[in-house]
Design a protein around this ligand. Sequence first.
Ligand code: ZN
Length: 309
Amino acid sequence: MTSLKIKSGRSQQRQVLAGIAVLLTVAAMLIIPKWKAAINNGGQLPREPFCIAGNLYYVGTRDVTSFLLTGPAGHVLIDGGYPGTAPMILKNIATLGFRITDVKILLNSHAHFDHAGGLAALQQASGAQLWASEGDADILLSGGASDRNMAPVNWLVYLGLMKYPAPRVDHRFRDGAQIRLGSIRLTAHVTAGHTPGCTTWEFPVRDGNRELLAVSIGSLSLPMPTSLFDWTYDAALRQELERSFVTLRSLPADIYLSSHARSFSLKRKGEERTTAPDPVVPFIDRGGYLADITKAEAAFRRALKEQQM
Ligand SMILES: [Zn+2]
């Protein structure tokens, strides 16, 4: 009698647990695709493309940037946005009257989901060659899964939420490399930290009879710790960040750009350019460039201090 009761009690327990498991599975099946769709474009809205200066065009979304550098030998596209925003970039390029098949070189600021997610689609549409930094090339090939700084949130990758379609890496470059396409010339500054191969792109832009130096910062936000249980930056990462701040300060940037539009106040500058006598002037912002480096460095020093406490 007693053993029968225990048995029926256990089978009831099992039934309850099975019921909970089914409910959780159904909830996950309903939620994850919605979550995936939201993450797929990060909630990014389209933005009207426009000429920043000379042969430099903005073709990104509201916040996640993509820049098009055009030339008679073909065009260079910096950054692919989210997997879900590649169609917006394609549309922007077409709206400006350029052909995606004339994009011969694809570049990346860093191998995160929101800047590298659309590269595979853009590569397919253009047939362009992708140049990747040595530090980020393998991360790109893994669709973002092998990023050491993403380790604490790797469960998102396992759920397929933060993994992007891997592009083909055609060339790998080191710090200081120059990439040329006809008259277009870009210098790669590996400003590592945010990712191991995070790259700041420096390139001259000819606008009428003036030449302006554009600098697009890879990212100034601090990397995630490599472990959920240890929030300290190791010596190598600290050195990378120290070096990145020195490098960024040394670049004589006229036009300040970044992988996120909010960093360099694209919205405000975009509005100002519509009424400015010279529409390029709002984007000439060496002060804003230096101020943001100082802000990021102060955040880094604060984080270091907290870690030593
Ligand atoms: Zn990032």
